[in-house]
Design a protein around this ligand. Structure first.
Ligand code: SF4
Ligand code: SF4
Length: 202
């Protein structure tokens, strides 16, 4: 599967969910997930190639802000991490059109055995409001990403391209640190049941 195909599939699922729920919580200015990363974003080579285009298109001042954010992370790499690509004032991604796959699926996709919502969406799920939602299938996305090659941390890619080391290389996850399921390696007895309506299952 190509990155373009993956993007198209994700966009279709997101659009379908939004069409059924025009008041969906994920929108510009809602940046909670970007401010609560458990680990540095991981990107496959194709995702980085796209993101690199976005970084190169930024005004120099914005690229400097990203460099500064990476330096700050290197100095104090405590978790949760605030994504260095976030414009904290605007509450918006500086490279939205070029963002990684994980950012495109977050809030709309779930893993069969984990669930991957943000806590705000989980609250709506718990209230029963979203019972009929057909969630995107994160397992399928992960399979698509594996076809795209070895993922590396954003910090590694950035260093290769721009020569700056942040020191916050992480493990392959992009989830808010307050998620109960944040560490996939630890069996969790408190996970929410995963919704039955999973697109393109299995
Ligand atoms: S996943 Fe949650 S925090 Fe992130 S944009 Fe959606 S509602 Fe906002
Ligand atoms: S790349 Fe953009 S959308 Fe993804 S976590 Fe960072 S700021 Fe948020």
């Amino acid at each position: 599967m190509t990155l373009a195909r993956l993007h198209a599939d994700i966009a279709a699922r997101v659009e379908a969910i939004r069409a059924a729920h025009p008041d969906w919580l994920c929108r510009r200015g809602c940046d909670g997930c970007c401010r609560r990363l458990a680990e540095m974003p991981q990107l496959t080579p194709a995702e980085w190639a796209l993101l690199h285009q976005g970084l190169n298109a930024l005004p120099p001042a914005q690229l400097d802000s990203i460099r500064q954010a990476l330096r700050s992370l290197a100095a104090t790499p405590q978790r949760p991490l605030v994504c260095p690509l976030l414009d904290r004032t605007a509450g918006a991604c500086r490279v939205y059109a070029y963002r990684p796959v994980a950012c495109r699926t977050y809030g709309f996709y779930v893993e069969r055995d984990l669930g991957l919502y943000c806590r705000d969406i989980e609250a709506r799920v718990a209230s029963g409001e979203l019972a009929e939602v057909v969630w995107g299938n994160q397992d399928r996305v992960q399979r698509g990403l594996r076809d795209l090659g070895q993922a590396r941390a954003l910090t590694d890619w950035f260093e290769s391209a721009f020569g700056q080391r942040s020191g916050t290389d992480g493990e392959p996850a992009l989830m808010p640190a307050d998620c109960r399921c944040v560490d996939e390696r630890i069996p969790c007895g408190t996970r929410e049941p995963v919704p039955r309506n999973l697109a393109d299952a299995p």
